[in-house]
Design a protein around this ligand. Structure first.
Ligand SMILES: *Cc1c(COP(=O)(O)O)cnc(C)c1O
Length: 356
């Protein structure tokens, strides 16, 4: 029997999804170039973990490579493995590092670069034969990374460090913690030999030259997120979720829409049902709140979002037909302030039913 993994995920005659995530490839490339330029003498890498923040890592990585990006960060080894045929293995680093000897030997055999976060990971890497790796130093977020006091450990002295990283906790606000972390990061850089130093995520790039080192690690802003107002003029929307209209209907005054009847028509009106719901990441916070575009027309979401259905007011687009495509309003800063979700959550929760 042929191995299951070799089966295509869909037969060739399988009907297309009624949802698609359209990517503005030029905007993605422009965002990377803007962040690279704003990084001054440092180069911009790209965080492509969580399937390229939900946009599809296999879609965004070649576009970023063509724009000039040469370093990519994922969280897990399995995420890195999915990119092996797209870019040179040495350009992909795995932020969570090796958790087992098997991870370390996979890194060695595939040529992927581990980010070493603990003394145990340093030992696993050395035991697997070592070689170029990155090192994450914790300077105050207290998440992954070596403590400052561990840097003198003999297992660290033997490492061949490509990039010495730290990660800011509050880059998107004017916090004294930024300068504290920067000072510790510079201290770590003075203590350990390395080729490049990196501290800044998207928001960190806007903190200025002192935060850039030789490499920056933007994620969110590549994909159209705006973590701080300084970046707003440089960043364009990249992800445009679109969905098909499945059914139209006419409501009479007093008719209600959806679970728990949270919308009531005050007069006869035309509505439409699109194949979009909270199972697709269009969460219930959009109920009676979201808007959708049909060309220039703005259509309001009526009533509760269901698992895979959302009802729209068609008053502004009376000629919209069943089967037509509409575009969900999903500009990230505006959507975040409307819903209370973070821009990161808005992107990474878009579900598997969106064709990418
Ligand atoms: C995810 C991640 C980034 C990217 O951060 P953004 O805020 O999305 O720009 C940078 N560095 C590390 C260590 C990360 O985990």
């Amino acid at each position: 029997m042929a191995p299951r993994a070799n089966f295509p995920t869909m037969p060739p005659d399988c009907p297309a999804f009624p949802l698609r995530l359209t990517i503005d490839a030029a905007a993605l490339a422009d965002n990377w170039r803007a962040l690279d330029r704003l990084s001054g003498s440092a180069s911009a890498a790209a965080a492509v973990k969580a399937d390229g923040y939900g946009l599809g890592a296999r879609r965004v990585v070649p576009l970023l490579w063509d724009a000039g990006c040469r370093t990519f960060y994922v969280a897990h080894w399995a995420e890195a493995a999915e990119l092996l045929d797209l870019v040179t293995p040495g350009s992909v680093a795995v932020l969570h590092g090796p958790l087992s000897a098997a991870d370390a030997s996979f890194a060695k055999s595939s040529g992927l670069r581990p980010v070493i976060n603990t003394l145990a990971q340093a030992q696993l890497w050395q035991a697997a034969g070592g070689g170029l790796c990155d090192l994450m130093v914790d300077t105050g977020i207290n998440r992954l990374g070596l403590a400052m006091g561990e840097l003198a450990d003999p297992s660290i002295a033997g490492l061949e460090i490509d990039t010495l990283h730290s990660h800011l906790a509050s880059a998107d606000e004017a916090s004294p913690l930024n300068e504290t972390q920067r000072g510790r990061w510079l201290g770590a850089c003075n203590q350990l030999p390395h080729r490049r130093a990196a501290l800044a995520n998207s928001a960190g790039i806007a903190l200025g030259e002192g935060y850039h080192g030789q490499l920056t690690r933007p994620g969110l802003a590549l994909y159209g997120g705006v973590p701080c107002s300084t970046l707003a003029p440089h960043i364009r929307q990249v992800a445009f979720p679109q969905v098909q209209l499945m059914q139209r209907r006419t409501l009479q005054a007093g008719d209600t829409v959806g679970y728990n009847a949270t919308f009531t028509a005050s007069a006869p009106m035309e509505v439409g049902v699109v194949s979009l719901g909270y199972a697709d990441g269009y969460l219930r916070c959009w109920s009676n709140l979201g808007t959708i575009r049909a060309g220039e027309a703005e259509l309001s979401v009526l009533g509760r979002i269901s698992m895979d259905m959302t009802v729209l007011d068609l008053s502004a687009a009376l000629d919209l037909a069943e089967g037509d495509w509409v575009t969900i309003d999903y500009a990230l800063p505006e959507s975040a302030s409307k819903t209370g979700l973070s821009q990161y959550e808005l992107l990474t929760s878009l579900g598997r039913r969106f064709q990418r």
